[in-house]
Design a binder for this molecule. Structure first.
Ligand code: PLP
Length: 402
């Protein structure tokens, strides 16, 4: 790079380039590996090898479900591959309306709106609703898209300690009473796998007259007896004002949504920039998502399997002595401490055909690097047992467990 033109941007590029190169030099670069084939039983082919997949968000194993694939293919035959327009103008198909009705029914709300990614959903929804002078209270380890949405809104941004309701109450108490307030949290935290204390959060929102937005990216299909999410998990009715979710995890498609009261959704339909200024979901993706919500309800055995597999995986790893934080869900952190330890454990797993990935700083706090393993309904118990024995052998060799 031309040193005469060195500036902050070129320095950032250089710094990251060096970090990536260092990882590659140590054989510690595991990102962006192409999957060559998706196989039965949560297995994939990578570099010609069949590996157990322990990094996927396909919590109910719906990828390649025949009904969902068929719905997507039919949509392509009927509507083609793109919408060539934004929803407000020429981009809305009856398919989009059908999908939004399906989501509203699934989430027991009056209405729903979809966007083309979960990331964009958080950006646009938070920044459309909140503005300068308003207050947002966000859990410290909320997903990056929530943080970005809060910053984009220009509202006062207050972060409460992770799942710490006393801290949240203190912050709410100190905010002016006559302004708009929004409390926002992941339902299942995407790095730690634990669950927000929804009953207490609702109590505080009521007490301090704040709206509540919950990101259900990792709880749809995961929490609740029928997989409808966090309200069902806690045995509560329709108690969340803004129910955000993605179409890219349990739902094998792409996109994001918000479900809520009709007035809120109508406002977003006419006032959120990602809806007005960005193209509509492609037909195949909308149809796949629509069918997926129906499959979740029609095949509740998948949730039972996911729960059994989750219990086996967390229980097994804990029993071996690994620190898995407070996870209760399919996201299972295997704590390593330093980046190097997380990279080394990943390397040993991958060399033994277990596809799992490390999460390091700045995605998590320094010293909290980990394997972020996931388990799904598609895993076989014997395969989970094998994956755990690989992690155990590596963990003992590295001194992570005794
Ligand atoms: C909690 C949470 N919210 C939002 C997103 C963004 O969703 P998408 O991948 O659909 O853009 C993610 C994705 O990882 C997530 O984990």
């Amino acid at each position: 790079m031309d040193t005469h033109n060195e500036n902050n941007a070129t320095r950032r590029i250089e710094a990251l380039k060096n970090r990536v190169q260092m990882m590659k030099d140590h054989d510690y670069y595991f990102y962006n590996q192409p999957v060559e084939q998706i196989l039965e039983g949560a297995k994939v082919k990578v570099k010609g090898r069949t590996m157990g997949m322990y990094a996927s968000y396909s919590y109910l194993g719906l990828v390649n479900h025949p009904r969902i694939n068929e719905a997507a293919k039919k949509a392509v035959d009927q509507w083609g591959t793109g919408t060539n327009g934004v929803r407000t103008l020429a981009g809305t198909l009856t398919l989009h309306n059908e999908l939004e009705e399906t989501i509203a029914n699934f989430k027991h709300t009056e209405s729903a709106i979809t966007y083309t990614s979960g990331y964009v959903t958080n950006l646009t929804v938070i920044s459309s609703l909140m503005g300068r002078g308003d207050y947002i209270f966000s859990d410290k380890i909320n997903h990056a898209s929530i943080v970005d949405g809060c910053l984009m809104s220009g509202a006062e941004f207050r972060r409460f300690r992770h799942n710490d309701m006393e801290h949240l109450e203190g912050l709410l108490k100190n905010a002016p009473s006559d302004i708009a307030k929004l409390v926002i949290a992941d339902s299942v935290f995407s790095m730690d796998g634990d669950i927000i204390d929804l009953p207490k959060t609702i109590e505080l929102c009521k007490k301090y007259n704040a709206w509540l937005m919950i990101d259900e990216a990792h709880s749809v299909g995961v929490l609740g007896k029928t997989g409808t999410g966090i309200e069902e998990h806690f045995g509560l009715g329709d108690v969340i004002d803004i129910k955000m979710g993605t179409l890219s995890k349990t739902i094998p498609s792409v996109g994001g949504y918000v479900a809520g009261k009709k007035d809120l959704i109508d406002y977003l339909r006419h006032g959120s920039r990602a809806y007005i200024f960005s193209a509509a979901l492609p037909p195949a993706q909308a149809a796949a998502a629509n069918e997926s919500f129906k499959v979740i309800l029609d095949e509740p055995w998948r949730i039972d399997r996911l729960n059994a597999n989750t219990k086996q995986f967390i229980g097994g790893l804990k029993g071996m002595g690994f620190d898995t934080l407070l996870t209760e869900t399919a996201i299972v952190p295997v704590m390593c401490g330093t980046d190097e330890m997380a990279f080394e454990l990943t390397k040993q797993c991958q060399e033994n055909d277990i596809f799992v990935l490390p999460v390091v700083s700045p995605a998590v706090q320094e010293g909290m690097s980990r394997l972020r393993a996931t388990v799904t309904a598609a895993h076989e118990p014997a395969d989970i047992e094998h994956a755990m024995s690989v992690i155990e052998t590596a963990g003992r060799k590295m001194g992570l467990i005794k």
